[in-house]
Design a protein around this ligand. Structure first.
Ligand SMILES: *Cc1c(COP(=O)(O)O)cnc(C)c1O
Length: 378
């Protein structure tokens, strides 16, 4: 059996090598490294894949969050609601822009924000909510959007882990992750579901006015060359990365199915184990499994991790420390409640190998090893 990787990018590349190499060579021959035609073509193709009016590419997923917040009508001191159990990017940008983060606990089943949690955190200064679609599934968008519309609060969806997940509203209407709020963002970091060979990101919006502002912010605050209307940044997706992403977008549905098949096999193996809690599947959202994350009983995670490492099965902890305990964020913003769910999750979650190239032999080895571990504990 080949070595098991947490994410196997080498093997994925081998399968698309001729097409990718050809696309890269064309960019190099044309020497169109910045804003080559592939960039716009990719933006248009991703927009039509997601069913959103505007996709604006940029340098990475963190920049995408920053550009989205700069484009919105928010100012220093305005409160922005973020989940405590997540990657740092959103709260970092909130802090950099002088906005005031409001750190909120998450739903114990989905590990994400829901309507009730957001409602409890509202204040007269709340201007924006940032639901992060964690691990590949959409948060409670129906509830969050209903609430935010009632109070005229903007919604910015971070879909770095959930590109191509679909959400179904109570009336049956479907929408892609990132296309429901005022703006959505994503990342093309190599290990994301649609990853390039370096850094990349994008902002989505149906709103043409916001799209124009995002574009201007990403281009030094200029709508017209050398005329700077506002303070912007420089954030671009390279032509080479766009060329790679065009090839990989063709495969995205196939990649998502491969991940879902691995998840289904893991569910089947681990569902019956008393000590393990398998990922909750929201009836309103598809799950594209950027991560497959189990919950183990308190105090049992380290034992399992050591066992897995002896078996040469990689595992990761997403995330070991909640935002409000990070030295950088301990003393800024407002923390709502005791964040008991987040505290518990940080001590109990473990993510297993999840990628498009896991072989059946590898999957069975992972399942059997873990089943064996819990059998022996008895
Ligand atoms: C990866 C990730 C980001 C940031 O993406 P970069 O491209 O690395 O800047 C933001 N939010 C979440 C939830 C992520 O997982």
């Amino acid at each position: 059996m080949e070595a098991i990787e947490m994410v196997d990018l080498k093997k994925q590349y081998q399968k698309i090598k001729p097409a990718v190499d050809k696309a890269l060579q064309e960019c190099i021959d044309a020497a169109s490294f910045i804003r080559g035609p592939q960039v716009t073509t990719f933006e248009n193709q991703l927009a039509s894949y997601l069913g959103v009016k505007n996709v604006i590419s940029c340098a990475n997923g963190t920049d995408a969050l920053q550009l989205a917040m700069m484009a919105l009508d928010v100012k220093a001191g305005d409160e922005v609601i973020v989940p405590a159990f997540t990657y740092v990017a959103a709260v970092e940008v909130i802090a950099l822009l002088g906005l005031s983060p409001v750190i909120v606990d998450v739903d114990p089943r989905t590990f994400m924000l829901n309507r009730a949690l957001v409602e409890e955190a509202l204040s007269p200064r709340t201007r924006l909510v940032v639901p992060v679609h964690l691990f590949g599934q959409c948060a409670d968008m129906q509830g969050i959007l209903d609430l935010c519309r009632a109070y005229s609060i903007s919604v910015l969806e971070d879909t770095a882990q959930a590109i191509g997940a679909w959400y179904t509203f109570s009336q049956g209407e479907k929408a892609a992750a990132g296309t429901m709020g005022n703006l959505g963002t994503t990342s093309f970091f190599p290990s994301k579901n649609l990853g390039c060979f370096g850094d990349g990101g994008a902002v989505y919006t149906h709103d043409d006015r916001l799209a124009a502002r995002v574009k201007m912010m990403a281009n030094h605050g200029q709508a017209r060359k050398y005329f700077h209307e506002t303070v912007g940044i420089n954030s671009r997706l390279d032509t080479l990365q766009a060329a790679i992403l065009l090839e990989k977008l063709k495969k995205l549905d196939e990649y998502q199915r491969a991940r879902q098949e691995v998840a289904a096999r893991y569910d089947q193996a681990f569902g019956p184990i008393e000590e393990l809690e398998i990922p909750y599947r929201s009836p309103a959202s598809t799950h594209v499994f950027n991560q497959y994350t189990l919950k183990v009983p308190l105090g049992q995670r380290e034992g399992l991790r050591e066992f897995l490492s002896r078996k040469k099965i990689p595992s990761m902890i997403y995330y070991p420390q909640p935002l409000h305990r990070q030295p950088a964020y301990r003393s800024i913003g407002r923390v709502v409640g005791d964040l008991a769910v987040t505290e518990d999750l940080c001590q109990r979650v473990i993510s297993l190998p999840m990628h498009t190239e896991l072989s059946n032999v590898q999957i069975e080895y992972i399942c059997e090893s873990i089943l064996d571990y819990f059998r022996k504990l008895k």
